[in-house]
Design a protein around this ligand. Structure first.
Ligand SMILES: C[S@@+](CC[C@H](N)C(=O)[O-])C[C@H]1O[C@@H](n2cnc3c(N)ncnc32)[C@H](O)[C@@H]1O
Length: 212
């Protein structure tokens, strides 16, 4: 499960051209769109939102128009990604971007109604520590919306064969969440991307319906 130093170097080098990569249209844009649809339809009243592993910050820039007046914070382990995110902020934007790792979030307890993480979890050096930090900064009824490769069906065997341990399987993720007092409350498929990259709704269980 170890990763990060090497991955973060790669993202520092990639930062300037990251938004023009073909994977943006194929995966990242549909994933972010679906995640925001879930956030808006289920937690429109969110007053504080954190994006962990925010990259160049596009998700929060889109969120700013949807959650008017909310506090919006983004953190990323790669300083060059954060620089790009800051450079793209429009005048008058209230979003704050800073360098920090998921494993050590620079916020007091119980601050956020929503935490977003898109396609970053499999890069974290210590996923358990990252999950514990997210549980710590979430308000009691807050949700973590997590989108990442989640091996299912035949891909579980591919994952094991190629030792792709950083990509979680649901049955590996669930105990890590439980250790932090969290669980999966629902999930939404990302149209065009398939079942291997769901948006998971994670929280402490106080949810009226199940997101599908
Ligand atoms: C594939 S990019 C995804 C960026 C963004 N969430 C998006 O949807 O475009 C993965 C990001 O995770 C960041 N990252 C890797 N390890 C991290 C960690 N431990 N804590 C926070 N961010 C991390 C990388 O620097 C990179 O910007």
């Amino acid at each position: 499960m170890r990763a990060s130093g090497h991955d973060v170097d790669r993202f520092n080098r990639w930062a300037a051209t990251y938004d023009r990569h073909y994977l943006q249209r194929l995966i990242l844009e549909p994933v972010q769109k679906t995640l925001l649809e879930v956030a808006v339809s289920e937690k429109r009243d969110a007053r504080a939102i954190l994006d962990v592993g925010c990259g160049t910050g596009r998700l929060l820039r889109s969120a700013e128009g949807l959650f008017a007046g909310a506090r919006l914070e983004g953190v990323d382990a790669a300083p060059e990604m954060v620089k790009e995110a800051q450079a793209m902020l429009s005048a008058g934007s209230g979003i704050t971007f800073r360098v920090a790792r998921a494993e050590r979030l620079p916020f007091p307890d119980a601050q956020f109604d929503l935490v977003f993480s898109t396609m970053t979890f499999h890069h974290w050096a210590d996923q358990r520590a990252g999950i514990a930090e997210i549980a710590r900064v979430l308000r009691f009824e807050g949700w973590w919306l997590l989108a990442d490769f989640m091996a299912s069906g035949v891909m579980r065997y591919v994952r094991r064969l190629f030792r792709l341990r950083r990509f979680p399987e649901r049955r590996g993720l669930d105990p890590m969440l439980a250790a932090a007092g969290l669980r999966v409350l629902g999930q939404r498929r990302v149209p065009g991307v398939g079942s291997q990259v769901p948006v998971l709704v994670i929280g402490r269980g106080a949810m009226k319906g199940v997101v599908r």
